[in-house]
Design a protein around this ligand. Sequence first.
Ligand code: GLY
Length: 270
Amino acid sequence: MSIGSRPFHYTRAIVRHIPDTLADNALRMNEPASPIDLERARQQHANYVCQLRQLVPDVLVLPGDDSQPDCVFVEDPVVVCGNVALVCRMAPESRRSEAAVLKAAVESLGLLTVEMTEPALMDGGDVLFTGREFFVGLSSRTNQDGVEFLASVFSQYKATSIRVLDSLHLKSLATMAGDDVIAIADNPAGRQTWKDISHLAAFQYTPLWIPDFGAANVVYINGCILHRSSREFPASAQVFKSLNCPTREVENSELSKVDGALTCCSVLIN
Ligand code: GLY
């Protein structure tokens, strides 16, 4: 299996529309303080797709499906590295059928697929690829069998388990924000995550401390950081803007009410 040698350089992306059922039926860790405004969610998502289109030449937009309330979160059913896509076995029954849609989509783009089997469980939101190695969150969605399955598929890379604290996914707390730079939430869970990553890593990374928990999830793509808006998180946005790197911002207030972050909404392919 050949693996792309230029991590974070992408030519294609996959996204999915928000289904009507998201507001009432999407999974969530806690009930949000205010109801989800579906129209606003769709505007914010359309802007996210618009920003992606300016960074990636080819964006495949799949329709939403009302029987899959979480289907906009395309990152979770599939993990792509190079020309191989690992189709995840997801823990929530309500999300299992999303995998077939993403499998067909990546196959239509020419990727090889491998389907995860029992007892492995994984959400792509738990998979942090640094370009050199994988860190995989052990969470309510991903188990050690899942980590071992991923390690067997992408055997060129080391895969290390990281305990996920107080969050849905590892990437709620830590995402790539540059070559060898990891954006980390500056809260107790984030600090422990960085301790674990830096202790277990095979390579060296620089932490980028992000003051707001909701802003540590960014998309690092083709040399640009796509991050949460200054309106939502002014202090965190300032951290990104002070880097020597192009940045773009998007709002994500509505999908974040059902634990949806920026990386959740796209599959990136190089
Ligand atoms: N709402 C995102 C998830 O729980 O999978």
